[in-house]
Design a protein around this ligand. Structure first.
Ligand SMILES: Cc1cc2nc3c(=O)[nH]c(=O)nc-3n(C[C@H](O)[C@H](O)[C@H](O)COP(=O)(O)OP(=O)(O)OC[C@H]3O[C@@H](n4cnc5c(N)ncnc54)[C@H](O)[C@@H]3O)c2cc1C
Length: 433
């Protein structure tokens, strides 16, 4: 009989791998998580927003002890041009009540804490070890090769949670090479500011309340860019993510884009006097539903960013990673009951994912990446029209409001035509509905 080191080997100790490891360890499965970093989180750059629900289902009330920054009470969306901002969003006291909706977080700290919980549940985490290849025998994945001497590990099932570049999913033919239109590069800074300054500037009353601002619009000159500012306890995370294809076409340096963004008249006052603590860059899979590969093969499942599971419209990624890790682990437990780790048996993971919010949400936005590629003006001309119209309506210059509305209608007709406007609205409704 072939040697077996573990029941399951998980590759990558991000949220997907840790969630899978937690479920398996709790069920007394002999599981190892292989992480190339010096500790889980050491390679992670996400100082972002963590949605509570997916992890709370696994670890009720985790947020009471996890290292989190601020719970978010207000989420804003800004459309910006060179000199103006149109702002919308939601602030609610419902978001200010436990168990809270989401938190700002530093993943380097958070993943370390999560990993500790996973170890306490009984999983083995092996750090500073790179998985080089899957081991395939008779068409089935039966283990992984690592960069350690004698580092081949055999198991019943491998769960890939190795992030956006998933070498494993690619080498097993589940994933195609990532193309520049399916992935964004995000550059980001952590800017230190005193807590009271952050509270004043972002309109919150104490250091546990937080605000997010997502920013897009004509300022980014038709590039598919989304900038963001998130409040941490005594710093803000500020960054810009742009589809790589646009970076190439527009010949811009992502760092220059962030530097310019920081000087925008509405942004500069929010970070004034702050000190850059960290500078980071990372890729985000943004291909959406059609970029999600088949999620399993014999002895193998793929989760999280490795499976391109990111909902960029709602900047959700880590919660999708946790949900997929959890469902992969549950699929393994069912497969173990049957003693069958074949592709047929593991296909239950695909079904579970299709029934979950993860693939349902991605499916809803399935046509958006293509639509934005085709109709770039949705990111420029319409937001510009909104910004200009709001400016005109609020600018008291002796012109009557009916005349202003008439001028807006005329511009709408001239720039788009009512027919094209109706077509665009219908397309948006149909593609997002
Ligand atoms: C700038 C930025 C901002 C973001 N903001 C948000 C946000 O606000 N909210 C949100 O929900 N999501 C956000 N995301 C997305 C989120 O970070 C990811 O969706 C999430 O981290 C995916 O989790 P994962 O476990 O699949 O992969 P990862 O977190 O990438 O973890 C993969 C792990 O695998 C390890 N690894 C990789 N290859 C190997 C190998 N061969 N051998 C061993 N180990 C390996 C890595 O070191 C890493 O620890 C953001 C991403 C970026 C880049």
């Amino acid at each position: 009989m072939r040697k077996k080191d573990f029941d399951v080997v998980i590759v990558g100790a991000g949220p997907a791998g840790l969630a899978a490891g937690y479920v398996l360890a709790k069920a007394k499965v002999n599981v190892a998580i292989i992480e190339r970093g010096t500790f889980p989180g050491s390679k992670n750059v996400m100082g972002g927003i963590f949605y509570r629900k997916a992890l709370d289902d696994l670890m009720p009330d985790f947020y009471k002890e996890a290292p989190l920054e601020r719970h978010i009470i207000e989420q804003k969306l800004w459309l910006i041009s060179e000199d103006s901002v149109f702002s919308t969003g939601i602030r609610s006291e419902k978001f200010n009540k436990e168990p809270y909706n989401c938190f700002s977080v530093f993943r380097a700290k958070f993943d370390k804490w999560f990993a500790q919980k996973v170890q306490e549940a009984g999983a083995l985490i092996i750090n500073e070890t790179v998985v080089k290849d899957p081991i395939v025998e008779n068409g089935k994945v039966v283990g992984v090769k690592t960069d350690r001497p004698d580092g081949d590990l055999y198991c019943d099932c491998v769960i890939a949670a190795d992030g956006v570049n998933s070498f494993l999913a690619k080498s097993l033919g589940l994933r195609e090479k990532i193309t520049p239109n399916k992935v964004a590069i995000a550059v980001k800074e952590i800017i230190g500011l005193p807590e009271n300054v952050i509270n004043d500037r972002f309109g919150v009353s104490n250091d546990s309340e937080g605000v997010t601002i997502e920013i897009t619009g004509p300022y980014f000159e038709g590039m598919e860019s989304m900038a963001f500012i998130y409040t941490n306890k005594n710093s803000v995370s500020i960054g810009v993510g742009t589809i790589i294809e646009d970076i190439i076409e527009h010949k811009v340096n992502p760092n220059d884009l962030l530097e310019k963004f920081k000087t925008h008249p509405a942004i500069a006052p929010l970070i004034a006097g702050g000190e850059t603590k960290e500078y980071l860059a990372h890729m985000i899979p943004e291909g959406g539903y059609y970029a999600v590969p088949k999620l399993y093969t014999d002895g193998f499942m793929v989760t999280g960013d490795a499976a391109m599971l990111v909902n960029s419209v709602h900047r959700e990624g880590s919660n999708l990673a946790i949900e997929s890790g959890k469902l992969a682990a549950r699929t393994y437990l069912e497969a173990r009951e049957k003693g069958d780790f074949s592709a047929k048996s593991l296909s239950a993971y695909q079904t579970k994912m299709e029934e979950s919010f993860v693939l349902k949400d991605l499916k809803m936005y399935r046509n958006l990446p293509h639509l934005l590629e085709e109709k770039r003006y949705l990111l420029t001309k319409y937001p510009q029209l909104i910004i200009d119209s709001m400016y005109n309506i609020y600018n008291v210059d002796g012109v009557s409001k009916p005349d202003k509305i008439k001028a807006i209608k005329e511009r709408l007709k001239k720039d788009f035509g009512y027919w094209n406007l109706a077509k665009d609205m219908f397309t948006l409704w149909r593609k997002l509905g």
